[in-house]
Design a protein around this ligand. Structure first.
Ligand code: AMP
Length: 538
């Protein structure tokens, strides 16, 4: 067979050549804009020609601090198709971490949204490698700022070459992207994506038994483009000629519901907190969501009750998936096998709430105390992964050896695997609760809590205990209508029939909100800190 390289130029050129009429709908602070792939490709070429003018060389890193919109999408292709490395930065991180990340990646240019300017102004003197800031704005004038030098994205594009050739001689194993992931302690860690990895991963997203993204879809990546490249959805969508809807900055559940309705979105991707918000909106407003064939949910465990509500109350099919920054991210998708569709309702939803079956091309192992665990859905072990879109080290980071060993990625996720091969995440190694020498799964208790009609969000954490070493505490946010109406006794009474007595939380703490990470996951570390004085130091 021919050994032709898998490089990102193929993705954008295919959209340009075969899907010039298909559209990208983009929401920015200036409103909703529609571009065809012919226009997006031309604008991408114009941006690429500017990178050449800036003297950007193969392998140089260029950072983006931007929401999901068409300009960010253009940067997604202009940068790697010029041989440089697309560095998507999470602007919700602390200024210290953003500064660390930019310096660690040695970004030469930053492409930024106007609302990120204050964050960068505060750290600009620490950024030792940045030679300029390109502002992605709808307005004609550049905003007032102490950042320097600054450039106007649209003006650069206007001066750019609409026929700029992309580099065709790229090495498929060369870096195309880099993304930093938060560490439990210390600075974030960089994960480098190769051209080859990105293309193979995009193919996997298109498989019928995976997310099945195709030309016929209308894809809405709600997941930020700085969170593992919006889970690779933009790469797959452009390649396959899929219409895309990019929700832009500061969207609300109402805006999402309206975009779904007007653009007839068929597949939307995001973390569970996004979907909890959408459910609330669907309960309050009236929206036509009948176009949706899949709500793709990953990043944290999707509670069974939420999956059920989507499917049974709103007729919206739900697709639970699992991945990590280190895995591009797709590893598991929870689609019942054909002969499992007839399972009794509760069992079917148990299955859908699992993280799922491993993707083709990826291999896994589950390692317990005595080697590989039995596939009985009960024995727990750490999940190990390997495959062509799984990282094999962190970027210039001496912590790599703790995670990447003997050709495997050690995920730190504790899982069970059943006789059908379905994997269920029981916990993060660091979040498991060990009470009296026995493990308690915080995820299982959270799932059960979320099924309570009065509970909006729930997180379960471990607190130290004199006798049992650790005990679970439930932190819950009640729905507005239930505030003051539901007591600790009600909640514990609700959990009691579902768990062994020693699994029941010692206490239920009522909160106004649960702290979240920059990508919308529950931040259990912050919860522990918040409750520290009450329990940990007592
Ligand atoms: P990140 O790299 O920030 O996306 O975080 C990856 C981690 O998120 C994984 O190691 C898991 O702990 C968690 N995670 C991702 N998807 C799921 C899921 N579907 N269910 C439970 N945990 C998940």
């Amino acid at each position: 067979m021919m050994d032709t390289p898998l490089i990102m130029t193929q993705i954008i050129e295919r959209a340009e050549k075969y899907f010039p009429k298909k559209e990208v709908v983009s929401r920015t602070d200036g409103g909703i804009h529609t571009f065809t792939y012919a226009e997006i490709a031309e604008r991408t070429r114009r941006l690429t020609s500017n990178l050449e003018k800036f003297g950007i060389q193969t392998g140089d890193r260029i950072g983006t601090l931007a929401w999901n919109h068409h300009r960010h999408l253009e940067a997604y292709f202009a940068i790697p198709c010029q041989g440089a490395v697309l560095h998507t930065i999470n602007m919700r991180l602390s200024p210290q971490h953003v500064s660390y990340i930019v310096n660690s990646a040695e970004d030469r240019l930053l492409l930024i949204d106007p609302d990120v300017i204050p964050l960068l102004e505060a750290i600009k003197d620490e950024l030792t490698t940045v030679e300029g800031y390109i502002i992605m704005t709808d307005k004609d004038e550049l905003p007032e700022t102490t950042l320097s030098p600054i450039y106007h994205y649209e003006k650069l594009l206007a001066e750019g070459n609409p026929k700029q050739p992309f580099i065709q001689t790229l090495d498929e194993n060369a870096p195309a992207g880099i993304c930093y992931t938060s560490a439990t302690t210390g600075n974030p860690k960089g994960v480098v994506y190769s051209h080859r990895g990105i293309l193979l991963h995009a193919i996997a997203l298109g498989l019928a038994d995976s997310t099945a993204i195709s030309e016929r879809d209308v894809a809405l990546p709600v997941v930020p483009m700085f969170h593992v490249n919006a889970w690779g959805m933009p790469f797959a969508s452009v390649w396959f000629g899929t219409k895309m809807v990019l929700p832009g900055p500061y969207f609300t559940p109402k805006i999402l519901a309206e975009l779904i309705e007007t653009e007839k979105v068929t597949i939307a991707a995001g973390v569970p907190t996004i979907w909890l918000g959408l459910l609330k909106e669907l309960e309050e407003g009236s929206h036509d969501t009948s176009s949706i064939r899949a709500v793709l949910c990953g990043g944290s465990a999707a509670p069974k009750s939420m999956i059920k509500t989507f499917e049974q109350k709103y007729g919206i099919p739900f697709l639970h998936a699992y991945g990590m920054t280190e895995t591009s991210p797709l590893v598991f998708v929870s689609k019942p096998k054909s002969y499992q569709e007839d399972l009794p309702e509760e069992e079917l939803y148990e299955l859908k709430a699992k993280q799922g079956l491993v993707s083709p091309m990826i291999e896994i192992k589950v390692i317990g105390q005595d080697g590989e665990v039995k596939p009985d859905g009960k024995e727990m072990g750490e999940l190990l992964i390997r495959g062509p879109w799984i990282a094999n080290e962190y970027f210039k980071d001496d912590r790599s050896g703790d995670t990447f060993k003997d050709g495997w990625l050690y995920t730190g996720d504790v899982v069970t695997i059943d006789e059908e091969g379905f994997v269920k995440i029981v916990d993060r190694t660091k979040d498991l609760i060990k009470s009296g020498g026995e493990w308690i799964s915080s995820v299982d208790i959270e799932n059960a809590l979320m099924a309570h009609e009065g509970i909006f969000e729930a997180a379960v954490i471990a607190v130290p205990h004199e006798k049992w070493q650790e005990r679970p505490i439930a932190c819950v946010v009640l729905k507005e209508a239930y505030k003051g109406q539901v007591s600790q006794e009600d909640i514990l009474g609700f959990l009691k029939p579902q768990f062994a007595k020693w699994w029941l939380p010692d206490e239920v703490v009522f909160l106004d909100e649960i702290p979240k990470t920059g990508v919308g996951k529950f931040l259990k570390r912050a919860l522990r800190n918040q409750l520290q004085d009450k329990y940990i130091n007592k």
